[in-house]
Write a protein that binds this ligand. Sequence first.
Ligand SMILES: *Cc1c(COP(=O)(O)O)cnc(C)c1O
Length: 227
Amino acid sequence: MTIIAANLKEVRNRIAAAAARSGRDPAAIRLVAVSKTAPAEAVREAFEAGQTAFGENYAQEMAAKAAALSDLPIEWHFIGHLQKNKAKVVAPIAAWVESVDSIELAEAMGRRATKTIPCLIEVNVGGEASKSGVAPEGVAGLARGIMALPRLSLEGLMVIPPFDPDPEQSKPYFRKLRAMLDALNEELNPERPLHVLSMGMSHDFEVAIEEGATIVRIGTAIFGPRP
Ligand SMILES: *Cc1c(COP(=O)(O)O)cnc(C)c1O
């Protein structure tokens, strides 16, 4: 077994254990393997070990890997900050866009989409000046705007909490995101309730699962440390 295959197996076991501890069905938690900075060959190795969803932060890097791996039915998740002029690069490739943070970006994505793209609003729950994501007060307005667009399907929310090596420190941010999703469903009462919470990375995904994550985005624990 390759190192990547062994890492994947370990991460899947930990996801299953965290789900079991919190009385959740492990099948309700999607693993997105974050492959930023990893070479296309590492992605291929992970795919061969059964991983189909991959996350990328940079438009050009995702496009290059998607081209190099076009023989594989990979589900690409765009998870990085995106300038709206890059929507034309991302929209044709991404199966999901997890980092929508403005109506301008959503509109640009919709214009370039060739099919309906499921998307998430990235929320700057911690209010950090250095982070992308929309402020909590702006979420409902942006959600309404996205729901009115053709070819984008709003599915839920995403968060990157302020980094702290102690995973317990992420917990309040995960709780807040979940509360925000519930509040949005009450306020907007959409035909199909928003149900996706993308939260949890290598150091805190178990806590995120305990708090209701339905997507975890894991890079280092699968591909090793980044340069
Ligand atoms: C890099 C990145 C991840 C993965 O982080 P790890 O700590 O390597 O697991 C997850 N989400 C986003 C948005 C990222 O940029």
